[in-house]
Design a protein around this ligand. Structure first.
Ligand code: LMR
Length: 320
């Protein structure tokens, strides 16, 4: 059987981390693309030389030519600019929209059968634009956000309760902005609802609220600490989990920015929802019952995404 091809568009910190993870896991051969000459080639060469030490066998090549992503099974897009301290993800809209246009056209011309995972911010708008520019079916284009946001929520809860992260099943819905909706009613510590667990551990509701707030601002916290760039290890790990779910037809239920039509009161919007990922791409969006408060929080979050899409349409007349 032919080896799978994983194309990574953008060879910055996330792109390099993705390449390393994909190679270590022997997910397939890796094509690292960037418009910056020398950068993807240099990183590919460096990473290739990890193979003999770590014992992985993956061909890693760097390129500045979209033709080299031909036949890619999975494409993970990180191209574009990260925010700096003091900026919101939405401030990147204009600059990264132009990048998505080039990337979308590159995918359309060279790898129309790929499963495409977008990481570029502002995430929910960029995944929508990438889908529009690439013309791929909605089930083959998805945004990485919910896995990351849920991982942040789980990490903070595990620290608070002093339990293993492995037993925390946390869940975040909505757009990948500060209005995202960590859903405590569906978050459990090995099946025990988080609110009950908090009572057992003597953790106040205010502490849980503070954790919810920290989760919402989790990306910005790291941007502030790094000073010049944004998170890359956890975003890369999250996207790899999604890629593995697709390549292995795992039917995992992962929160990610999927195209939602006719569920959650939405009529064609990319936003974070639980999604079954298997060989068919995003095979099913799972609609869960929400309380009135959760519904209204989700509405605030999806309205913010709708506003961004309108801004995209104002910036590029080919988007309708
Ligand atoms: C994240 O959540 O880490 C990313 O969206 C990067 C950012 O700007 O916060």
């Amino acid at each position: 059987m032919a080896r799978k091809i994983i194309a990574l568009i953008g060879s910055g910190m996330i792109g390099g981390t993705l390449a390393h993870l994909a190679a270590k896991k022997e997910m397939g051969d890796i094509v690292l693309f960037d418009i910056a000459e020398g950068m993807p080639q240099g990183k590919a060469l460096d990473l290739s030389q990890c193979g003999p030490v770590e014992g992985f066998d993956a061909r890693i090549t760097g390129t500045n030519d979209y033709a080299d992503i031909a036949g890619a099974d999975v494409i993970i897009v990180t191209a574009g600019v990260p925010r700096k301290p003091g900026m919101s993800r939405d401030d990147l809209l204009g600059i990264n929209l132009k990048v998505m246009k080039q990337v979308g056209e590159g995918i359309k011309a060279n790898a129309p059968d790929a499963f495409v995972i977008c990481i570029t911010n502002p995430l929910d708008a960029m995944v929508w634009a990438l889908r529009e520019f690439s013309g791929l079916p909605h089930n083959k284009v998805v945004g990485m956000a919910g896995v990351l946001d849920s991982a942040r929520f789980a990490t903070f809860l595990a620290w608070e309760f002093d339990v293993s992260v492995k037993d925390v099943n946390a869940f975040v819905l909505g757009g990948h902005g500060d209005t995202m909706v960590p859903v405590t009613s569906y978050t459990t510590i090995n099946g025990i609802p988080v609110k009950d667990f908090a009572k057992i551990k003597g953790v106040s509701e205010d502490r849980i609220d503070a954790i919810v707030d920290r989760t919402r601002k989790g990306g910005g916290e790291i941007v502030g600490l790094l000073g010049n760039g944004s998170a890359y290890y956890a975003p890369a790990t999250s996207a790899i989990a999604m890629a593995e779910a697709y390549l292995g037809d795992q039917k995992r239920v992962l929160p990610c920015a999927s195209y939602v039509e006719g569920k959650y009161g939405l009529d064609g919007l990319y936003v974070g929802v639980p999604t079954v990922i298997g060989a068919g791409g995003t095979e099913e969006v799972i609609e869960i019952d929400l309380s009135d408060e959760e519904k209204s929080n989700l509405k605030v979050s999806t309205d913010a995404v709708e506003e961004l899409l309108e801004a995209c349409k104002g910036l590029d007349s080919s988007l309708t």
